[in-house]
Design a protein around this ligand. Structure first.
Ligand SMILES: C[S@@+](CC[C@H](N)C(=O)[O-])C[C@H]1O[C@@H](n2cnc3c(N)ncnc32)[C@H](O)[C@@H]1O
Length: 359
């Protein structure tokens, strides 16, 4: 992890002893039947399409499925980020939660559950359009099914708001609304944190070549997302400026390179890469299916075309000679304290008085 731009970060050293990828993780589509959801409602049943289940809380084309296979992928993704942030200074590990934390788009709910476990005196709320498939949660963790774009009605001021992998969830107006609502809902001095992946894949040593399917992977999906109602997957590029624009101060940003597979020499990156390989294998179809069957070019793809393409991607992911990685970044920032806000208001007032023409 580094504060430098990705192109200035050190190349990831390759482990010379790494020859082959033997995965113990699932590489085949899973059984999607729900075992954990007991809510007999349309919301819990979702909407089925191409063998995947999507949210049904609103008439909205969010690209990602909410089904058991994708929940399993979220869980592995959660582990990737835990490994990457091991001992790192970010709010999850270095700050103590005083009262109320909130996880927007909680998915499987793993972040909310872990934070509630770590901070038993805090109340942690996880919100998603689809009910998280949890059978147990700590008593201080609450899950709610809601559309985060609706007006927020939570009464308590939060001291921490978290988002992760919300890429492509909203159009620019939606993002503006989410950051504004987050700002308003935080108490003075409270923090917001967001972690996002760049869906494009790179290599430092040229081992990923234009002839590989993985080479154009990210740009293809960014194109699909931008045709899908301007809900770009470039969230990682835009979030910092949008968070600043919403009024947050003390803005921090760190960047990561996440290897796709255990090819890195560094122990922590090897571990993260192993998990990221499993994350990809489990998540691939969910990432690709809706975007390609609705917004693929030159024409929307068929389910079979998507699956054929994903088979090629899986083969490349297992190729030990491709040293591919995906960048990610984390931004965290603070709502001004009351004193900072008063000083800012006084400055604005002064500037206005000076700008007014004297009688
Ligand atoms: C890619 S998943 C990430 C889940 C989780 N944050 C994680 O890191 O594992 C994005 C989640 O955001 C949820 N989501 C998307 N749009 C939403 C909205 N308008 N309101 C609430 N949740 C939303 C989706 O249902 C999905 O569970």
């Amino acid at each position: 992890m580094s504060e430098k731009p990705i192109e200035k970060m050190d190349p990831i050293a390759v482990d010379p002893d790494f020859y082959a990828m033997n995965s113990n993780y699932h590489t085949e589509p899973q059984d999607f039947a729900s075992e954990t959801t007991s809510l007999a409602s349309t919301i819990a049943k979702g909407r089925l399409e191409n063998g995947r289940r999507y949210q049904a809380i609103k008439d909205d084309d969010y690209w990602g499925p909410s089904d058991e296979q994708q929940f399993e992928a979220f869980e592995i993704g959660h582990m990737v980020f835990l490994v990457l942030d091991h001992n790192e200074p970010n709010p999850l590990f270095s700050r103590s939660y005083r009262q109320f934390a909130k996880d927007i788009g909680t998915g499987q709910g793993s972040w909310a559950i872990d934070v509630a476990d770590l901070y038993p005196t805090a109340t942690v709320r996880g919100v998603d359009m689809f009910p998280p498939p949890v059978t147990w949660m700590p008593p201080n963790c609450v899950f709610e099914v809601d559309d985060i774009l609706r007006e927020w009605t939570w009464r308590e001021p939060f001291d921490f708001i978290h988002m992760r992998l919300m890429y492509g969830a909203f159009d620019p107006a939606g993002w503006e609304k989410v950051y504004k609502q987050a700002y308003d809902a935080l108490e003075p001095g409270g923090w917001i944190e967001q972690m996002e992946l760049d869906v494009r894949v790179y290599s430092d040593d040229g081992s990923l070549k234009p002839s590989h399917e993985l080479y154009g992977w990210g740009d293809m999906f960014i194109g699909c997302s931008e045709r899908a109602g301007d809900r770009s997957l470039r969230t990682h590029e835009l979030m910092r400026s949008q968070i600043e624009k919403a009024g947050f101060v003390d803005v921090h940003e760190v960047k990561y390179k996440i290897p796709l597979g255990p090819w890195a020499k560094d122990k922590l990156l090897k571990e993260a890469g192993h998990l990221q390989f499993a994350h990809w294998n489990t998540a691939l179809e969910g990432w690709a299916m809706w975007l390609l069957t609705h917004h693929g070019i030159p024409e929307p793809w068929s389910k079979e075309e998507v699956q054929l393409f994903l088979a090629k991607i899986r083969t490349e992911l297992k190729n030990p000679h491709i040293h591919a990685y995906e960048p990610a970044n984390r931004v965290w920032a603070r709502k001004p304290t009351l004193e900072e806000q008063k000083a800012k208001d006084a400055k604005i007032k002064d500037a206005k008085i000076k700008a007014e023409p004297s009688p």
